[in-house]
Design a protein. Structure first.
Length: 76
């Protein structure tokens, strides 16, 4: 059986997902910066954290475009 979700609930779910992606992005950016400062012995971990941050950045852009169409086209 499939649940029926109205548009308001769908928007709330997307906004929660966006907030989660934003928190993850901030966390991975901070981790990447911390590991980069740790030096070359943590270079692989820093690169992994940066990659994960970029992935969350992409997710965030997509969710922003769903919630506010055209927003990503605005100069930042």
């Amino acid at each position: 059986m499939t649940d029926v979700v109205d548009s308001d609930e769908l928007l709330r779910r997307i906004q929660r997902a966006r907030a989660c992606a934003h928190e993850e992005l901030l966390g991975w950016r901070a981790r990447s910066a911390d590991l980069a400062r740790a030096g070359t012995e943590r270079a692989d971990d820093a690169r992994d954290a940066r990659t994960r941050g970029l992935a969350y950045e992409a997710v965030l852009r997509v969710l922003d475009e769903i919630v506010t169409p055209g927003r990503s086209a605005e100069p930042q």
